[in-house]
Design a protein around this ligand. Structure first.
Ligand SMILES: NC(=O)C1=CN([C@@H]2O[C@H](COP(=O)(O)OP(=O)(O)OC[C@H]3O[C@@H](n4cnc5c(N)ncnc54)[C@H](O)[C@@H]3O)[C@@H](O)[C@H]2O)[C@H](O)CC1
Ligand SMILES: [K+]
Length: 540
């Protein structure tokens, strides 16, 4: 599923109307009809109406009937009491969508009243034509500021105030209407995006519509895939309106929702791959994990176990010799290799590189701690490791302290960085707030500049590939915000790299699986707060 920015949306619209020749009015008509259909579905709980009703009642009239005829007017049969919807219409095309929706809701037997944010004569283009059609049908209309509007007396409210053409915080009448709609306590269905949400970043202004449902038109907008915009949007449904999706494929820097079809399609991950009967443990890669320190030994263990659970044939954990006796037997399936005499030091880089020889992936960082000369240590491994590399936790902080590493010897193998927002702030010199303000663009910019795969963790993790494509994950839950969860993810990604996946594939599939493991673990435990990182490994 594509995720677009408002600029990309405008370009897609231009190409559709000017190059392909589909009239913009047709797009708006489709948009408004889709919004109305989703409202009817929300209000009446199902799509097909008569067939289920008749069949369920088993009434004689249906027996032997050779066919069913039903039309939109049947929608009106459903509900004796009259639903009534307020359509809040801005003066742009988002408003136009709302005016179309008003006609279709009316056709379905619902009462509708249009509330214009500004005097309707200010509308222009397609929106003005829709205004005239609504008026010709005698649909009741009010104007904010001129007429008294009671937002509480209705079944629900359609937010067709601001869409992808919004700039800055809602102003004037728009702000007042958003506040009144929210205060009404009635359900709100937003056209395209909740008014007040930045369509590209997911930032929310005050006030901002709190929608029960957002009907994204044509394609998913970035702003409803990242918090807090995702929160404001409520349930999101994407409805085609006639813009050919192949046009998206011709756009630069597209983003995708990370679903099974995205994994199998754009990412070419064979999620259904079965193991060959004659496979052996060497067939499925050998991960080296360089992690852990006396204070944080568990991180290395979690990372190593996760790599095994992700399907790596073998895992060796390189750890300080001082830890070895304590970890022996902690996980019998994991081979232990002393990589440092006492604790990590600069000299141990060579022993890590020695161990990394002929390994299929190297996971670096969980629980490593910091030590004198660790920047040089990291650089040696970054430049010397010929296998794919996952850099996490303290190794990321070492990288950040090295500053600009574009002068380092270019790595030939895949490199995946897995920062949380705080680590990303250190890597980029931005504040955490700046990182969170536009997660997708920030991740993509870094991945393209440094030619790495970047996993910006957090709710709705963003995976940014060196080619500028981005993938937004929606699996997982808040129970996964627990110590060690990141170590598990690093192990999963390393385990997938070891089995031959590319950096973007391993990162995206790893994040996706990590989230699903979190969902399964939560289901097993019956709640979120008690989840711990080990549960994720067992749920893999
Ligand atoms: N092909 C398409 O792109 C389609 C788009 N559709 C719908 O159209 C909107 C985008 O419409 P647009 O006219 O560009 O802008 P908006 O309707 O979102 O609103 C702009 C409107 O509001 C004023 N305005 C802008 N910012 C603010 C603000 N902060 N406060 C107050 N007022 C503001 C501005 O002056 C404009 O007049 C898209 O979202 C879809 O809903 C259709 O779906 C058809 C295809
Ligand atoms: K809207």
């Amino acid at each position: 599923m594509y995720i677009v920015t408002s600029q990309q949306m405008r370009e897609l619209d231009r190409r559709t109307t000017q190059e392909i020749g589909i009239p913009s009015m047709a797009l708006m008509e489709n948009a408004g009809k889709a919004i109305a259909e989703e409202i009817i579905r929300l209000c009446r709980g199902r799509e097909s109406l008569l067939r289920e009703e008749m069949a369920a009642e088993g009434c004689g009239a249906g027996v032997g009937r050779t066919g069913w005829v039903r039309g939109d007017e049947d929608l009106a049969l459903e509900r004796p009491e009259r639903e009534h919807w307020l359509i809040l219409a801005g003066k742009g095309n988002n408003g136009g969508d709302g005016l179309v929706a008003a006609r279709y809701l009316r056709e379905a037997g619902m009462g509708v009243t249009i509330v214009y944010a500004l005097p309707p004569e200010q509308l222009h283009g397609d929106a003005a034509l829709q205004r005239d059609a609504a008026a010709a049908l005698g649909i009741p209309m009010l104007v904010h500021g001129r007429d008294a509007v009671d937002y509480t007396v209705c079944t629900g409210i359609v937010d067709a105030l601001l869409g992808t053409g919004a700039h800055g915080a809602p102003r004037g009448a728009y702000a007042d209407m958003i506040a009144a709609a929210n205060a009404s306590g009635n359900i709100i269905v937003s056209a395209d995006i909740p008014s007040g949400v930045n369509a590209d970043t997911g930032e929310v202004s005050q006030p901002c519509i709190a929608a029960r449902l957002t009907v994204c038109l044509a394609f998913l907008k970035r702003g409803v895939t990242q918090y807090p915009g995702a929160e404001a949007a409520g349930e999101v449904v994407v409805r085609s309106i006639g813009i050919p999706s192949e046009l998206c494929g011709q756009q630069e820097g597209m983003a995708f929702l990370l679903t099974e079809s995205t994994l199998r399609g754009p990412l070419h991950v064979d999620t259904a791959r079965r193991r060959a009967a004659d496979g052996h443990k060497g067939t499925y890669g050998h991960v080296l994990v360089a992690a852990g320190s006396p204070r944080m030994s568990g991180a290395g263990l979690l990372c190593s176990r996760a790599a095994l659970r992700a399907g790596s044939g073998l895992v060796t954990w390189a750890l300080p010799a001082s830890l070895l006796p304590h970890m022996a037997g902690a996980a019998p399936e994991i081979m232990l290799a002393p990589a440092a005499d006492g604790d990590w030091d600069e000299a141990s880089a060579q022993s890590v590189l020695g161990l990394a020889e002929s390994r299929s992936a190297l996971a670096l960082g969980p629980g490593l701690g910091r030590f004198d000369g660790d920047g040089a240590w990291l650089r040696s491994i970054w430049e010397g490791a010929a296998c794919p590399l996952v850099v996490d936790a303290d190794a990321l902080n070492m990288l950040a302290d090295c500053g600009d590493f574009t002068s380092w010897q270019e790595r030939k193998a895949e490199t995946v960085l897995t920062p949380h927002p705080g680590e990303m702030a250190r890597l980029t010199g931005l504040s955490t707030q700046e990182i969170q303000r536009d997660r997708i663009s920030t991740a993509v910019a870094y991945a393209v500049k440094h030619q790495v795969t970047l996993v910006l963790k957090g709710a709705r993790t963003v995976i940014a590939a060196p080619d500028g494509f981005a993938y937004v994950n929606i699996t997982g839950n808040a129970g996964m915000a627990t110590g060690g969860s990141g170590d598990v993810l690093t192990g999963i990604i390393a385990g997938l790299l070891a089995q031959g996946l590319t950096g973007p594939q391993a990162a995206a599939y790893g994040v996706y699986l990590h989230g699903i493991a979190g969902e399964r673990a939560a289901a097993r435990r019956g709640n979120l707060p008690s989840l711990i990182a080990g549960d994720l490994i067992e749920a893999l």
